[in-house]
Write a protein that binds this ligand. Structure first.
Ligand SMILES: *Cc1c(COP(=O)(O)O)cnc(C)c1O
Length: 422
């Protein structure tokens, strides 16, 4: 995270001290680096320069409009999983012919919206979905371009909640039924089958699952072409991991080196759907210590951010480094649970973490929080969602305002009868 660094003992994002952001924008807040976002996109994109390709940024990793607009300006497409994400992607100026739509439960309205928007293709996850897309497209007098998502039955060796390409997973069509599904798809009058898709999971730290999955996809593609089904796109999904603590995931260049020879063989345009690897280490969650609390068992550092702001530690037992915004090189170390104000024992940002001693009022940076951070935030405990700040050079911009109490109750209605009986 080279755009997040200490100068002397003050922690900066690019040329802005995080202390200044806390003063100007209050805490907690997400802080993203424009330079990192841009560099990560181009590093990924350029790694695949040897093959015709579309990088479709996975919107669910970070769907802020400013981030999406930046991706669009870098030439990115979008991998979306809902009508809401399509709305955001279009709003941010991502060209429809670079948008791909995945997800096991697409509603007819979402399918119609995507057809009307003329997106590149649907990544179809079941035969039942294929029929609904065919019906909706027929009703609109259109042809729907689709890829079928294959479940390649590959173990990505990641957290079970983010592994998506094993036999027992809800995603995709089993590899051994794929041929049949493609045949069926090709016979539907409003379906135009043009691609094969596989996405095996997230936070992958080795290239082998990508390679194993791709081999299956390419064998299938060759088969389909031989049967006269004109496959134009091979989509290898997303999932490349990042360093949260001591993982050593492959660089996009290493992934490319392993898969480009296979991709060349496929003689197709390639679609890639990176999310985490672009944005994960481009953001931090800035939080302030409210209290220290010593018990017989533990010392708790209670901060103003919580599981509703950053769910990953609670949901996946994920590790995020926690760094002091003002570093004291001589500070002794202590072991803490860093917890939030939410009324759940599962509300923690770090557990049994040894770090320089902290006191009430200190600022902390929860690192590697740019992906699946804000996008998983909720209003649990009626906590307004935190702002998102984009740093560029020496400036910082609010790209999403802090929610207010009024925002919390927007849209709620109390029926008349509850007033009349009061
Ligand atoms: C979540 C997802 C991605 C992105 O995964 P990352 O691990 O963030 O790269 C890509 N494609 C599909 C279909 C997804 O569901």
């Amino acid at each position: 995270m080279r755009d997040f660094h200490y100068r002397d003992d003050a922690f900066f994002c690019e040329d802005v001290p995080l202390e200044r952001i806390a003063k100007e924008r209050d805490t907690p807040c997400y802080v993203y680096s424009h330079a990192t976002l841009t560099r990560h996109f181009h590093a990924f994109d350029q790694a695949f320069a040897a093959v015709p390709h579309i990088v479709a940024f996975a919107v669910k990793a970070n769907s802020n409009l400013a981030v999406l607009q930046l991706m669009a300006s870098c030439g990115s497409g979008a991998d979306i999983v809902s009508g809401g994400e399509l709305f955001r992607a279009l709003h941010a100026g991502i060209p429809p012919n670079k948008i791909v739509f995945a997800g096991v439960g697409k509603r007819a309205e979402e399918i119609a919206f995507a057809l009307k928007s003329d997106i590149l293709l649907f990544n179809v996850e079941s035969s039942a979905e294929l029929e609904v897309i065919n019906d909706v497209a027929g009703g609109m007098g259109r042809q729907a371009r689709v890829a079928l998502r294959i479940n390649p039955d590959v173990d990505p060796h990641t957290h079970p909640y983010i592994s998506t390409g094993m036999k027992k997973s809800k995603f995709g069509i089993a590899a051994d039924r794929a041929n049949e599904a493609f045949q069926k798809a090709a016979a539907l009058s409003h379906i135009h089958v043009i691609g094969v898709h596989a996405h095996v999971g997230s936070q992958l730290t080795h290239v082998s699952p990508f390679v194993d999955s791709l081999k299956r996809v390419i064998a299938l593609t060759r088969n389909l072409k031989a049967q006269g089904i004109p496959i134009r796109y091979v989509n290898i999904g997303g999932g490349l991991g990042i360093t949260y603590s001591n993982e050593t995931p492959p660089h996009p260049n290493e992934l490319a080196a392993a898969v480009v020879p296979l991709l060349k063989e496929a003689d197709c345009d390639i679609i890639l759907e990176p999310g985490r690897v672009i944005v994960g280490n481009a953001g931090v969650l800035l939080t302030r210590v409210l209290y220290r609390k010593e018990t017989d068992a533990k010392t708790f550092v209670i901060v103003d951010a919580a599981m509703n702001d950053l769910l990953r530690p609670s949901l996946y037992d994920a590790h995020h480094d926690v760094l002091p915004v003002h570093r004291v090189p001589t500070a002794p170390e202590e072991t803490y649970d860093v917890v939030g104000p939410v009324c759940e024992s599962g509300d923690f940002l770090a557990q049994n973490r040894t770090m320089p001693t902290v006191k009430a009022g200190d600022l902390l940076a929860v690192m590697s929080a740019g992906a699946y951070g804000f996008t998983m935030a909720s209003n649990y405990n009626s906590r307004p969602r935190v702002p998102e700040i984009l740093v560029k050079g020496g400036e910082n911009f609010v790209i999403r305002e802090r929610e207010t109490f009024e925002d919390l109750i927007r849209g709620e209605r109390v029926p008349e009868f509850l007033y009349s009986t009061a």
